[in-house]
Design a protein around this ligand. Structure first.
Ligand code: M6R
Length: 610
């Protein structure tokens, strides 16, 4: 996720802005920039691709002397990572200069409207469109607050925006919606940042802005406004975290922070790919009807958790689009001489976009003439660049080695592809599409409801702190969910665990079940409810300590052992919810065993070697 900083005061702005951006580096970025107002009034924008050190060199050469400015680290979403797409962005003649975190959903429509009004664009970003929109309203009224208010009404999406107007020295204007904006004051100086670490050196007394609010920062302090432009007052919050805790947003670990970010990134992903009329749009990815009709088989290839996304997607895509789907582990696929042709779509899923086996699998697919599609989180990564088509997940940078929010976003993107394909192939009616989209939109709210009770999973995890072996069992989509639940547990807690298709237990594995063996069941599929219940009863009869995660509405599991529930949702999407308690349980087992949750032994975030 991008980072924002801003400063107005009496000290050299460049030092404060660069220092603030450095404090946000941990969030990941691929370009950075600042805008500083010179003492005589002109605004200078300096930005560069790559590390902050590249920007620092340019800043040292230009040496702008101003004492007010804004800065940004960019994690590319719209348009590749390059100097032109880096922030700050400016309108013609630098009349309005701004930095932005978030996603403007309707930027294509706004761009078309502004083009009709004579605006031209130099970048591929949604941010430039937003800055020009503010410029347009500012030209109309000459009133900064009014311009922001109008722009706010026209924009759909999420934003934390910090704006300089060329004829308003001494002022930085900000507004936010669904993207954090934190402001701080200290004698004659005002600061802004998208995250607390960038502010801590200067002040610990901060204001957290709410959705729809606007503010102006000056040397005299901060004036806040509600969505209508009426002056309001916000409550000051004192921060007593140290810098490390602040980077983790107050959470003990990045993994927990990222688990809690899931409702927001899922909502962002939905906004990004589903337009306001309920149409799925993979902008810029060339997912045209002709393309969808050009293949008659799908191969999903990936590693680790990304492979588990593929396992879920096989069920979903086959069910909705009635097209055969194979799922392969990339390290197997690349060497098994797969049979492919131009009628086989190969989908490579990868958070990092750099996983060596997934990249090799992509190259093998291309060699055999199969069309390829990459689902990738890191913009401009090798897999993204080499695939014929790419759809980016908008999970933002993921820091913990164990993936959580990237997994959830990958799953959602695959769900949307399955729906889009089903519509194009005429395998689903419009009413069902809208029903399923409505259910997808309920995921953030339902995830929030699960996360509200995260302490319950801490209590449940205490039962497993001394176990050395665990079994996860489920059927259908729940079996696919078990694969991810089991990997999450083993990679961060070092507990040996296995995921089993429940019906397969009696073909061998059930002989391992003994008095007290922990077995975790997942039961979210009404059509398979009776079957999984019988399987759980079978292991209970042989002494297993059964704990089941059950979807609300499915009965009879509490007679077998302990249960916990997740909110009801269409069974096709249930794995998006069931994964959250499983992530929390794995997390709390790891914490309870005193392990390094974010950096488990022997593992790397990006596996770039075979
Ligand atoms: O970057 P990728 O998505 O290609 O990575 C794939 C796996 O290495 C990754 O999912 C790994 O299994 C994670 N540690 C799971 O949490």
């Amino acid at each position: 996720m991008c980072g924002i900083v801003g400063y107005v005061g009496d000290e050299k702005a460049t030092d404060i802005l660069l220092d603030g951006l450095e404090k946000l580096e941990y969030r990941g970025y691929d370009s950075a920039g600042i805008a500083v107002r010179h003492p005589e009034g002109a605004i200078e924008v300096i930005k560069e691709k790559g590390r902050l050190s590249n920007l620092e060199k340019l800043v040292a050469e230009a040496a702008p002397q101003g004492t007010e400015g804004i800065g940004h680290t960019r994690w590319a979403t719209h348009g590749e990572s390059n100097q032109l797409n880096a922030h700050p962005h400016h309108s013609k003649g630098d009349r309005v200069v701004g930095v932005h975190n978030g996603i403007i959903e309707n930027f294509a429509e706004l761009k078309a409207e502004l083009t009709d009004k004579g605006y031209t664009f130099y970048s591929e970003t949604d941010t430039e469109v937003c800055i020009d929109l503010i410029d347009y309203y500012y030209r109309e009224s000459g009133d900064a607050l009014d311009a922001l208010k109008h722009a706010k009404a026209a924009i759909h999406g999420s934003y934390a925006l910090a704006i300089l107007f060329d004829d308003r020295p001494g002022e930085i204007w900000v507004m936010r919606k669904s993207s954090p904006m934190i402001l701080g004051v200290a004698d004659g100086r005002a600061y802004l940042a998208s995250d607390v670490p960038a502010l801590l050196k200067h002040t610990r007394d901060v204001y957290y802005m709410d959705d729809d609010q606007m503010a102006t920062l000056s040397r005299d302090g901060i004036q806040f406004y509600d969505g209508e432009g009426h002056p309001i007052e916000l409550e000051l919050t004192h921060i007593d975290w140290d810098i490390e805790a602040a980077e983790k947003g107050g959470f003990d670990h990045f993994m927990l922070k990222e688990i809690f970010e899931q409702p927001v990134v899922i909502a962002n992903t939905l906004r990004h790919f589903v337009d306001t009329n309920g149409w799925i749009r993979f902008k810029g990815s060339h997912m045209t009807p002709d393309f969808y009709k050009s293949f008659d088989r799908v191969h999903i290839v990936a590693c680790g958790s990304a492979y588990h996304v593929g396992c879920v997607s096989k069920y979903v895509m086959e069910e909705l689009a009635r097209i055969p789907v194979d799922v392969d582990i990339a390290s197997e696929f690349r060497y098994r001489n797969p049979i492919l042709s131009e009628k086989d779509l190969v989908i490579i899923i990868s958070q990092s976009g750099e996983t060596a086996d997934s990249l090799a699998a992509l190259r093998e697919a291309k060699k055999q003439g199969a069309p390829t599609l990459a689902i990738v989180n890191v913009v401009g990564s090798s897999i993204a660049r080499e695939a014929d088509r790419v759809i980016y997940t908008v999970a933002g940078p993921e820091i913990a080695v164990a993936t959580t929010k990237a997994y959830s976003c990958q799953l959602l993107v695959m769900d949307l592809i399955a729906l889009d394909l089903a519509v194009t192939l005429g395998r689903i009616d419009e009413a069902r599409v809208q029903e399923l989209l409505g259910e997808l939109k309920s995921i953030p709210r339902k995830m929030d409801a699960i996360l509200k009770h995260h302490e319950d999973y801490k209590a449940i995890a205490q039962h497993y702190l001394n176990d050395e072996h665990m079994y996860y069992v489920g059927r259908g989509l729940d079996y696919a969910a078990c694969l991810e639940a089991s990997l999450k547990l083993k990679e961060i807690s070092y507990v040996h665990s296995e995921a089993y298709a429940a019906g397969e237990l009696k073909h061998g594995t059930i002989s391992l079940i003994d008095e007290g063996t922990p077995v975790i069941g997942i039961a979210t599929q009404p059509a398979l409810s009776e079957k999984i219940r019988s399987n759980l009863l079978e292991v209970k009869t042989r002494g297993a300590a059964v704990f089941t995660l059950v979807m609300e509405g499915l009965d009879g599991f509490d007679a077998i052992g302990e249960i916990t529930t997740i909110p009801a949702i269409d069974p096709l999407w249930a794995t998006s919810l069931s994964v959250v308690p499983m992530q929390l349980m794995a997390y709390y087992v790891s914490v309870g065993r005193g392990l390094d949750v974010d950096k488990p032994r022997n593992l790397a975030k990006s596996v770039t070697v075979e």
